[in-house]
Each structure stands twice: as structure tokens, then as C-alpha cells.
Write a protein that binds this ligand. Sequence first.
Ligand SMILES: Cc1cc2nc3c(=O)[nH]c(=O)nc-3n(C[C@H](O)[C@H](O)[C@H](O)COP(=O)(O)OP(=O)(O)OC[C@H]3O[C@@H](n4cnc5c(N)ncnc54)[C@H](O)[C@@H]3O)c2cc1C
Length: 490
Amino acid sequence: MVHMKKEIVDEIEGIVGRERYSTDTADLYVYGFDASIHHKTPDIVVRPTTTAQVSDIVKLANKTLTPIVPRGAGTAMCGHTVPLKGGIILDLTAMNKIKELRIEDLYCVVEPGVVYDALNSELGKRGFWFPTTPGSAEACTIGGMVATNASGMRAIKYGATRDYVLGLEVVLPTGEVIHTGTRTLKNSSGYQLDRLMVGSEGTLGVITEVTLRFAVKPRASAMTLAAFNSLVDAGQCVSNIIAKPLLPSAIELMDSVTIQAVNKCMNVGLPDCEAICMIEVDGHPAAVEEEMKVVEEIARKSGAFSTEASSDKKRISEWTQARKAILPSLSRYGEKYVSVALADDMSVPISRIPEAVEAFQKIAEANGVIVGTYGHSADGNLHTKMLVEPYSEESWKAGERAVGQIYDKVLELGGTVTGEHGVSITKAPYMQKERRDSLGAMRAIKRALDPNDIMNPGKIFDWEGSIISHLRYPAFTEGGCSCSQTCDQG
Ligand SMILES: Cc1cc2nc3c(=O)[nH]c(=O)nc-3n(C[C@H](O)[C@H](O)[C@H](O)COP(=O)(O)OP(=O)(O)OC[C@H]3O[C@@H](n4cnc5c(N)ncnc54)[C@H](O)[C@@H]3O)c2cc1C
């Protein structure tokens, strides 16, 4: 059903043409999802192709007080693109051109809908890469990565998206188009507004162009798979490697729940144990060979009962595919469970990983929930996925209790509730706790740039109440949602 006034739909048609918007029920339903637990149906989906069209649509939204949510691939995990208050979903995937590749200047200029892997495939032909490596690399867009400050398994060595953004073109919530940053590698020219836009989750404007620096691709890489009988020992191994000192390009940690889930679904034969670490080093081939030996030695000294080092691309690819398969595999862990993104992305100082993983296990047991722990542990970023029974109110509530306790522990350890996925809905109450003394400043910036609160409203500092709402699952009772807050699941 179309809730939007006909005059607004007509004006949108005047801006983008009949082919580039939809009010079809099926389209609207699908665009109400991202990779989170939440869902809400928008009133219209618009697919602009130019900055001028984006600006005109945003001006219209501002004039008519219509909520507007920018969207890339919709892989965000906390409800980022779920249009809580309905309105316009602005799908930017048709703006997908690589506009400039300035190899000698070490930067490129891209439209926001360019997919991460597509950009790297072009850079790779010339010996360069944008090394942030999110797990969603095949799908996520550069615009979405900037808006969430995405990163991934190689952040310990190569940083996050913010470290590569040199400049942006942004359509502000008034429709005004501004250019932030520069095309130079250095810039101290006034407020770093591009930094403000990084991680703004579609609440401060629409990014319509990104100037990104890139890096030289390492010549070689190798990986060691170390197996442990204790998750704490595996966590300790991570900080022992860093403290050596040795800078790995990645360390992926998997606990027994995630190992069992993957082994059940894939034929890679991960060691059946309490924890494994996949430790990657890269660089000059001679350095890689030497560092692999050191890594194996540290892993053994940290309690690994076996290590297997490999520079064979096929073997490494099997391990990394196993790591990537955690999410879908967890959903097949037990028939009555689904794996959901709850408490999924905390970061702690590296040396606190053993305490963190031990506490997560105890909290899971105390609340009677199953939690799989894994993550890009080299930089202290841990992921937990919770297995819940989607039709059981008690299961969701136990999950939410565990989430609160997990985040309290993370904050006690000096960590953050989100290392890379962002806040939106699912982390809002916990981020509000973490950032207690700067929420006022964030709200002031939001009100100054978006006085009519049209851009992705109701999220981050404006979210109130339980995160177990607007659920994508027909929760609590089969066939219908008894969720107390406004929700469109019938
Ligand atoms: C299997 C899987 C693995 C993942 N692994 C990682 C990981 O390793 N690291 C990581 O950081 N994340 C990861 N994620 C989360 C997600 O992929 C990232 O946050 C990604 O950057 C989102 O990109 P997207 O194009 O899908 O953006 P979307 O999900 O479409 O949008 C994300 C947010 O950005 C805003 N936005 C999108 N485009 C624009 C724009 N042009 N202008 C303004 N705002 C915009 C949206 O409003 C929304 O708030 C993973 C997700 C999945 C499903």
C-alpha cells in the first residue's frame, strides 16, 4: 500500500523518471530489510543516477518533511537502512562509476555505489589495493563503507575506511552540495568535515562521490592455522604476537561453537578444539617466510597444540572461506535456532581479549544462550553471534539480557560496543552508555545540519527503548508479531 502523497510521488517521477522509482509492494517490502534483525517498509524506493537528482530529491524531502534513508548494498547489521519512520529509500547502487584512477597520485575518485571488490579488481591490475577487507567485500559499496567507517580482518596493519578517505562530495539535508577534504595526501585546511561524515550512518547527508587513497599491494602473504584447547590461550596468543613485536596483517579467532558450526556445513576439517587462530603475515617474500616461523613459535609457546603454516593460495583460501562461512553455518547449528547480529562487533584493547572471551562464555552460560565468538582479533575486534529461537519471547529476552552484560564487560575493559559495524538501532542503547558525555555534541551537530530531522531519523542517539523491536522475524508468536512498538509485520 502506498502511504506517500501522490504529489510527492509525482515530483519524484519528475526528477528521476518513471523507471527509477518504485512503489510496488514487493519492492517496498524487500527494501525494508538489511542484514540486521529489524524490518520496516518504506513508502518509496528511488534509484538516482546523478548528484543533481540526489540534491533535488533531498530538497523535496526537506520541504515535505519526508524521512529519507540513503542505502548502498544493504549489508549493514544494525538496522542502518531500515526506514524506521517510512519515507524514501535512496538506493545509490546505480551511481557505480570509477570516475578517476590516479595511480601516480595514489588516489581514485568513485561514485558511492561502487562495490568494494570491483574497485579492488581495478586497483589490483596495477599492483595496488584498498586493503580494508570487510567480510562483505563482494557486495558492500564504498558509500556504505564510508558511512559506517567499515574495516575488516586487516585493520591491525592497514587501518579502517576513514584512513583512506581524502575527500567527499556530500548532499546535505537541505539539498546543498558541498565538497570536503582534498585530492592531496595531506590537508590541514579547516575542519575535517570528511571525518565527520565517516561513520555518520546516513544521518548527516548523502555521499555522492568519494576520493580515496590506496596502498601498494604486498608481494607475498602466508598463513598459520594454530589450534588451542583453551579460548583464553588463543586470545593470549594474539597479544603475544603483537607484543613480540610483530605486526601481522590479520589474526582471525574462532571459538568451538563457530568451529563446530563450520565443520558441520563445510568439508574443510578445521581442528575440532576449543579455539583456532588464523594468523596472516604479508610483505616481502623473505620477511614473510621469516615471520611465519616466529608466528608458529609464539603460537606454540602460547599453548597451541598444533600449527600448520602455508603459503599455498588454495589452502589459505580454504581457511578464509571457512572463516567467511561462520555466519551462514551458525544458522544451521541447531534446527530451532537462527543466528542473529546481537552484541556482534565489540572491540577491546588487544591485551584484554582473553578476559573478554572468557566473560562472554560465562555470560552466555548464565543466560542460557548460545554465543559463537570469533573476530578480527589482531586489532581487538571480536564478533559474537547469538543463536535465538525466533518464535520464543523468552529466548529474545535472554539474548537481550546477555547483550547488556556483554557490553557492560566490554566497557569495563576499556573497549567500545562497535569496532566496525556501527550503531543504528541494535547498538544504540549501549553506545549511548559508552558516549554519555558526547551525546549532546552529536545531537547539536545533527540538529545544525538537519534541522527537520529528515535523514535516517530515530537512530543512534535518538533511539529509545528495547532493541528487540521492529523485528524482521514474526517474533514471539508464530505467524504474527506481538512486538509492543510500532512494527509493520502484522
Ligand atoms: C556477511 C557480512 C559480513 C560483514 N563483514 C563486515 C566487516 O568485516 N567489516 C565491516 O566493517 N562491516 C562488515 N559488515 C557490515 C557491512 O557490510 C558494512 O557496514 C558495509 O560497509 C555496509 O555497506 P553497504 O553498501 O551494504 O551499506 P548499507 O548497508 O546500504 O548502508 C549502511 C549505512 O550507510 C549509509 N549509507 C550508505 N550509502 C550511503 C551514502 N552514499 N551516503 C550516505 N550514507 C550512506 C546508510 O544509510 C546506512 O546507515 C558485514 C556484513 C555482512 C552481511
